[in-house]
Design a binder for this molecule. Structure first.
Ligand SMILES: *[C@@H]1O[C@H](CO)[C@@H](O)[C@H](O)[C@H]1NC(C)=O
Length: 167
């Protein structure tokens, strides 16, 4: 009886492991899959690949920039009530931008460049919202946030142009 129970437990554990690894394998990876690349040769796949790399770079920078915003020393300027509100708004819209990047990567994986176009625009808009918040405080906004926003605008602008050409 005890042996049968152990056997049953073993079977359940094995089944769970097989299930977990197979669902894990089915999860969409953030990298463009090489199979779609091979299936649809040519420009579309190349552009999708290039834009995927750009968006992964943007994601990395957003995470870094968010962390640096949160770690700002409590100087009078950065600890003002409104500026702290902006830091938390930025955290929120950066989170949304990262979701948009994940959507972009999915769209690129299925070579849906029209949808990828929308997704990339949403990334840029979300990052702009952070900059807008600081601009609304006045005093010319925040130099670092502005610079970061411009960098994102440049990369997403290039990505949009490439997607439009290839779609
Ligand atoms: C931003 O940083 C905070 C604090 O480190 C973290 O809790 C939050 O998840 C980060 N948000 C994004 C979008 O990376």
């Amino acid at each position: 009886m005890a042996l049968a129970k152990q056997l049953l437990a073993l079977i359940l554990i094995s089944a769970y492991i097989i299930f977990a690894t197979s669902t894990n394998a089915a999860k969409p990876s953030n990298k463009p899959s090489t199979s779609t690349k091979g299936a649809v040769p040519g420009q579309k796949a190349n552009v999708a690949n290039m834009v995927a790399k750009q968006m992964q770079a943007v994601e990395k920078k957003i995470i870094e920039f968010n962390a640096s915003l949160k770690k700002r020393p409590k100087t009078p300027k950065s600890s003002s009530h409104r500026s702290r509100e902006c830091v938390s708004e930025c955290d929120e819209v950066f989170g949304a931008a990262i979701d948009d990047i994940k959507k972009t990567l999915d769209s690129l994986k299925s070579l849906n460049l029209v949808k990828a176009n929308f997704d990339v625009s949403a990334v840029a808009t979300n990052v702009d919202t952070c900059n807008d918040c600081f601009n609304d405080i006045g005093k010319g906004g925040d130099a670092e946030v502005k610079k970061f926003g411009e960098w994102v605008r440049k990369i997403t602008g290039d990505a949009l142009a490439a997607l439009q050409k290839a779609a």
